[in-house]
Design a protein around this ligand. Structure first.
Ligand code: S3P
Length: 442
């Protein structure tokens, strides 16, 4: 039994564990969050009308849409069938008020690259309490090197931030961490520069920006050997149709749920399987999961497949190095998989988790341990002794969408009742998570 009390102050999600019969069914998952943000932003900057199919209707893309509407882009009411974006095709308008990115790091960081490059315009940007506590110097520092004028709390490291747009200079920049948000921020800024910008990544991170910028007409090339991306500015973007694939980060909850709940079989249709995002599939394969990619195809420049998953006994694994950026958002749900796997799972090189929507290392260790798991925090990851029986308890998502959903999946296999506080946070990336769970439980 699953109930979400949206009226309570705490937004409690109650889950009765150990349900007979497993999870069964065929589902569609919401649109990819990263691709949705980029489609709205590039559509807003381009000349002409971009039509977007399959946009994620979560709170994060809504924040992006609201910010760009305030700067002159005409974005139709958001729906999954077709959203149209009439771009400004040149300089943005100065917004009359503060731009609010809500909970969305992608909105704030990517948008900063665009705002910094609008000569003569003034912007102030902010977000919710979580976003205001997250580091911004990772994008502010290279933007300052390009000639940007940005001020903020903690020497420009925390929002609210103020931006005075400037004509920026191109940059050659090596990212200190593998981060698609930093890379994309600088690529968006470079659209407005005269000359070539080069960005080098220490490890491959998601490449949706590169794919979509090229599709919108930017002159962008990638040297896979050195992992250097070159963009020749200034770029005139032209509106394009975009089909957003289903979000593999949302599919991940069902991949793990069906793996750990005996008797389950789920078919997840239309999942984006861009190789920079499929670390979750590689990790689950290492753990012995029964996941099959069916009907692999390409839709609007992104690879897509249907995923079939059946329950099976999992074994522990070690996750470190180059795979980490390819599954960075899936580590909370992989920690749940590890809690049900035989043996000791070790996850390292994932210190970035400490600066996500919550400190996901600390929060997942603490909350899974409340359910009876044996999880140890590492400075840059987690150690999980699998196979300890879990028991229902009161846990907290700390307003982090991926923590809320990961704990809900763990609760399915915990004895008795689990109550997850602040579970409404799931709506940031997966507004239909609870109804989908209820349907799969039959
Ligand atoms: C994202 C990049 C990742 C990811 C986030 C979305 C993006 O963040 O965790 O959920 O859309 O570019 P980092 O770039 O900070 O790793």
């Amino acid at each position: 039994m699953v109930t979400l009390d949206a009226t309570s102050h705490q937004h409690l999600l109650t889950i009765q564990g150990h349900i007979a019969g497993g999870l069964q069914g065929k589902i569609q998952i919401p649109g990819d969050k990263s691709v949705s943000h980029r489609a709205l932003m590039l559509g807003a900057l381009a000349s002409g009308t971009t039509s977007i199919r399959g946009l994620l209707l979560g709170e994060d893309p809504r924040s992006t849409a609201a910010c760009f509407r305030a700067m002159g882009a005409q974005i139709s009411e958001l729906n999954e069938t077709e959203v149209t974006v009439v771009g400004i095709g040149g300089q943005l308008q100065e917004p009359a008020d503060v731009l609010n990115a809500g909970n969305s790091g992608t909105t704030l960081r990517l948008m900063l690259g665009i705002l910094a490059a609008q000569p003569g315009l003034f912007f102030t940007v902010t977000g919710d309490a979580s976003l205001r506590s997250r580091p911004m110097s990772r994008v502010v520092k290279p933007l300052l090197q390009m000639g940007a004028e940005i001020w903020g709390r903690d020497s420009g490291d925390r929002a609210p931030l103020a931006v005075r747009g400037q004509a920026l200079q191109p940059i050659y920049y090596t990212l200190p961490v593998a981060s698609a948000q930093i890379k994309s921020c600088l690529l968006l800024a470079s659209l407005f520069c005269q000359g070539e910008t080069q960005i080098t990544e220490p490890m491959a991170s998601r490449d949706h920006s590169e794919r979509m910028l090229r599709a919108f007409g930017a002159q962008l090339s990638v040297d896979p050997g050195t992992r250097t991306i070159s963009l020749q500015g200034p770029a005139q973007l032209t509106a394009q149709p975009v089909t957003v694939p289903g979000d593999i980060s949302s599919a991940a909850f069902w991949l793990v749920a069906a793996s750990i709940v005996p008797g389950s079989e789920i078919l997840i249709e239309n999942v984006g399987v861009n190789p920079t995002r499929t670390g979750i599939l590689d990790a689950l394969t290492q753990m012995g999961a029964d996941v099959t990619q069916l009907n692999v195809r390409e839709v609007a420049g992104e690879p897509v497949a249907d995923l079939r998953v059946r329950s099976t006994a999992l074994k522990a694994c070690t996750l470190e190095g180059e795979i980490i950026p390819k599954l960075i958002d899936e580590i909370p749900i992989l920690a749940v998989a590890a809690a049900f796997a035989q043996g000791r799972t070790v996850i390292r090189d994932a210190a970035e988790l400490r600066v996500k929507e919550s400190d996901r290392i600390a929060v997942m260790a603490r909350e899974l341990n409340r359910l009876g798991a044996q999880v140890t925090e590492l400075p840059d990851g987690l150690e999980i002794q699998g196979g300890c029986p879990l028991t229902g308890a009161e846990v907290d998502s700390y307003d982090d969408h991926r923590v809320a959903m990961s704990l809900a999946i763990a609760a399915l296999q915990a004895k008795g009742m689990t109550q997850i506080a602040r579970a409404q946070s799931a709506a940031v990336s997966y507004p239909n998570f609870v109804p989908t769970l209820t349907r799969l439980l039959g």
